[in-house]
Design a protein around this ligand. Structure first.
Ligand code: GDP
Ligand code: K
Ligand code: MG
Length: 294
């Protein structure tokens, strides 16, 4: 008898910093989504595809659920809403410390018809007792039937999550070619890797005021030449990003190049420019051209 092929969309949602991007990367087995300890690192919806002989799981990592303060935030929350609507399975990620106070999110989740797996992440940081308390808590507030304690960082119970997903996935032919890993372009990943280094090298509002655009991506025989523009909102931010004698930006470039070489498995030449684009986070046309709004 021929085996049934299963395929579907598995969307990962939850508050900032609970470990959504870490989870997606471990489930897909590649580092597609950038991870930092800062909230709001993930701004777009990013797909990662896991292919097997008789299945295709299309994961989506989303920005964390937040209350919007900028146009950018509104656009980010739009990605989250769409993710709820087109999922075959939802991975609702919380962590061991989290208590939910946002009634609207819970209400919305209760109306979703797709099955929800509730994952309590970071159990490596807690005692068994605390884990059990959390499971009981969530069983009550969300009526959740399937609650799995995990550690995305330590690969704990990830196999179990995978089995559950496969069990719930509908019979369907593959949505994408079976050798495809993501819907995102090489330019997108290049920009994200640089953005990760900005998040790691600056404090306060700088990471949130920056956007990275890859203006040129040229792959040659033995090298990839990448030009990137870093947008900031004010001239003062530009000088902070560049740093004394250009030292700070150079550090970002060095770190980014190292990761880019690993990601693309090729030598990288990276060129960076910093440009002031006043108030870009609140300009609709700018957000359209940056891919946050369709
Ligand atoms: P996101 O904002 O929900 O996408 O969260 P990230 O994946 O960016 O992770 C936020 C922080 O939590 C990072 O510093 C991760 O290394 C950390 N983290 C993620 N998963 C775990 C876990 O299972 N255990 C611990 N201890 N830390 C984790
Ligand atoms: K984060
Ligand atoms: Mg993330």
């Amino acid at each position: 008898m021929e085996k049934v092929h299963k395929a579907g969309f598995v969307n990962i949602i939850g508050k900032p910093n609970v470990g959504k991007s870490t989870l997606m990367n471990v489930m897909v087995g590649e580092k597609l989504s950038i991870i930092t300890s800062k909230a709001q690192t993930t701004r777009h919806r990013i797909m990662g595809i896991l292919n097997g002989e008789d299945f295709q799981i299309v994961y989506s990592d989303t920005p964390g659920i937040i209350n919007p303060h900028y146009e950018l935030h509104r656009a980010m929350m739009q990605f989250v809403n769409v993710s709820l609507e087109d999922a075959d399975v939802i991975l609702f990620v919380t962590d061991i410390f989290e208590k939910y106070d946002e009634e609207d999110v819970l209400k919305k989740l209760k109306t979703i018809s797709a099955p929800i797996l509730l994952l309590i992440n970071k159990v490596d940081l807690a005692k068994q007792e605390q884990v059990e308390e959390k499971i009981a808590y969530w069983a009550e507030v969300l009526n959740a039937k399937e609650i799995i304690p995990i550690s995305a960082l330590n690969n704990y119970n990830i196999e179990k999550v995978f089995d559950k997903i496969l069990e719930k996935l509908p019979a369907h032919p593959p949505y994408y070619p079976k050798d495809e890993l993501t819907d995102r372009s090489e330019r997108f990943f290049a920009a994200e890797i640089i953005r990760e280094k900005i998040f790691m090298n600056y404090t306060k509002e700088i990471p949130y005021s920056c956007e990275v655009i890859v203006t040129s991506f040229k792959e040659e025989e033995s090298i990839i030449r990448i030009s990137a523009e870093i947008l900031v909102e004010r001239p003062t931010q530009k000088s902070i990003v560049i740093g004394k004698g250009g030292e700070k930006l150079k550090k970002v470039g060095t770190e980014a190049r190292k990761d880019l070489e690993e990601f693309f498995q090729k030598k990288i030449f990276l060129e960076q420019h910093v440009k002031v684009e006043p108030d870009w986070r609140n300009k609709k046309n700018k957000l359209v051209s940056l891919g946050y709004i369709q």
